[in-house]
Design a protein around this ligand. Structure first.
Ligand SMILES: Nc1ncnc2c1ncn2[C@@H]1O[C@H](COP(=O)(O)OP(=O)(O)O)[C@@H](O)[C@H]1O
Ligand SMILES: O=P(O)(O)OC[C@H](O)CO
Length: 496
């Protein structure tokens, strides 16, 4: 009987289950799209129950598709959209409010208060994060403040909080196990990344009862078994990590200085900094990469809130393309963006600007500007945002990038990858298996159950599909990038 690791990848726009074999190849995959709600400008919410049901359904569908039973699964590795906050009733399992998605801005007011009260430096020093609505802490506080009776129920120990990993593990184990891993905990604004524990001072500042929080565990260990009724037989849940950290692991970025960039809903560039947590003066985040075999390793991260989401907007909001893949054809047909810049700051800007107030903007339109120019400029904005992040990363780490490992849904776009290489002036390396996030989750869980022996063995599994070499003249690169700089500056000025 062939035996697999199962990766469960719960992303912002979809839930996927994948069968990963010993060679690090994906033998089968099932996916379900997840809808989001935008109840007010800048707010982004999801249905936590729907997320849970999608997870069960994709696993069941995957087993059926591969015509195997749960006994063929050695273990499950979970990876997830990070920061998204779910608060639920410990007794009934019912969420008290929709999942507040990482992109959502409804807690900007709480963040302003924290800054006004002078907590910014303390929070940054302990958590490595910025005071921004992006992270879970203010989302939990907002739910407790907003939902009728929630604070009293939380104080009585009746409510639990979890990021999506924690929510899914709790549901998969039939409510028996309430845990999260260090990489997810490090995105909450409540976790001291140096002492590796929930921080009482931060909990007091945000007025969040500690009893709501999950136990923090390593990224690679058996947390518990799935409820036997779910898949016909109990399966060990053997690893968990936030999706960006999992992608770093899946790309084999184990050496300090190695970098990957994931182009999904947002765009997240992480550099492994080994056992050293590097503080960033340039607006990067210091975060926990993972804890494996008793060792915690750190990463520097640049977070871009809107990347592939801008392509979805071209499709669903503007109707300029029928599907995401179309964007490549239109961008190539345009030949150049002809001076058009799209700044997709729909929910503010993350690294390195950290500005919640700025909103999307378009510059440089002429009577001759067409849909093709618009689409091309939107794709180019992903590459410009990645360059903003990389510049900050090179400054803070003192390391000059020699190549960029990429993954995520939007890297299928050859135009984008070529433009990215042109903009950075380094090769962009696309792996054969683009699902680095899922691979990372499978590898973390697989190490815990002995499916793989060590990281060296895993690193050897990676294969390159294509390298994009820079072709653009330096002068042209500088001219285009300078235009982007002016566009962002003007968008920020408009919001002031
Ligand atoms: N060919 C393409 N060109 C540009 N963007 C694409 C392409 N294919 C997918 N995308 C974008 O990639 C995103 C999906 O990537 P994925 O890694 O699945 O995201 P997530 O994990 O955030 O849900 C979507 O936002 C979609 O618009
Ligand atoms: O859903 P993704 O892949 O865009 O990832 C979301 C991030 O984890 C948010 O921090």
């Amino acid at each position: 009987m062939k035996r697999y690791m199962l990766a469960l990848d719960q992303g912002t726009t979809s839930t996927r289950a994948l069968l990963v074999n010993e060679q690090g190849c994906i033998d089968a995959m099932e996916q379900q799209e997840i809808g989001l709600q935008y109840p007010h400008p800048g707010w982004v919410e999801g249905d936590a129950e729907r997320i849970w049901l999608s997870a069960v359904e994709v696993i069941r569908d995957l087993l059926a598709k591969a015509n195997i039973g749960a006994e063929s699964i050695v273990g499950i590795g979970i990876t997830n959209q990070r920061e998204t906050a779910v608060v639920w009733d410990r007794a009934t399992g019912a969420p008290v409010y929709p999942a507040i998605v990482w992109q959502s801005r409804q807690t900007t007011g709480i963040c302003e208060r924290l800054k006004h009260e002078g907590h910014e430096r303390l929070i940054q020093r302990k958590t490595g994060l910025k005071v921004d609505a992006y992270f879970s802490g203010t989302k939990i506080a907002w739910i407790l403040d907003t939902v009728n009776g929630a604070r009293e129920r939380a104080e009585r120990g009746e409510l639990l909080f979890g990021t999506i990993d924690s929510w899914l593990i709790w549901k998969l184990t039939g409510g028996r196990v309430h845990v999260t891993d260090v990489s997810n905990a490090s995105r909450t604004l409540l976790f001291n990344i140096y002492e590796r524990q929930w921080d009482q001072e931060l909990l007091d500042i945000l007025n969040i009862p500690k009893s709501m929080l999950p136990e923090v565990r390593s990224s690679s260990e058996v947390y518990g078994d799935t409820d036997a009724g779910l898949f016909g037989r109990a399966i060990p849940i053997a690893g968990a990590a936030g999706d960006q950290q999992a992608a770093l692991f899946g790309q084999g970025c184990y050496d300090p200085g190695s970098v990957k960039n994931t182009y999904g809903t947002g765009c997240f560039m992480l550099m492994n900094t080994g056992t050293e947590a590097i503080h960033s003066p340039s607006g990067l985040l210091t975060t926990i990469a993972w804890e494996v075999e008793g060792k915690v390793e750190y990463a520097l991260e640049g977070s871009v809130f809107v990347a592939g989401a801008a392509i979805q907007w071209l499709r669903d909001g503007l109707g300029f393309i029928e599907n995401a893949a179309d964007s490549q054809r239109l961008a190539e047909a345009a030949g150049s963006s002809e001076g058009v810049y799209v700044v997709p700051a729909f929910v503010g800007l993350g690294t390195p600007y950290w500005n919640s107030d700025v909103r999307g903007a378009v510059f440089g339109l002429t009577r001759g500007s067409s849909k093709e120019h618009f689409v091309r400029a939107t794709l180019e904005s992903l590459a410009y945002q990645a360059k903003d992040v990389l510049k900050a990363m090179e400054r803070d780490s003192g390391i000059t990038l020699s190549e960029l490992a990429v993954d995520g849904g939007a890297v299928r776009n050859d135009f984008l990858m070529q433009f990215q290489s042109d903009m950075l002036g380094v090769p962009v390396v696309r792996p054969v298996v683009n699902e680095s996030t899922a691979l990372g989750a499978a590898y973390l869980a697989g190490l815990a159950v002995g499916y793989w022996d060590n990281r060296e063995q895993i690193r050897c599994l990676k294969q390159v599909e294509r390298e994009f070499q820079p072709r653009m003249e330096a002068e042209e690169r500088q001219r285009l990038y300078a235009g982007w700089g002016r566009a962002v500056k003007a968008a920020i000025a408009f919001a002031e």
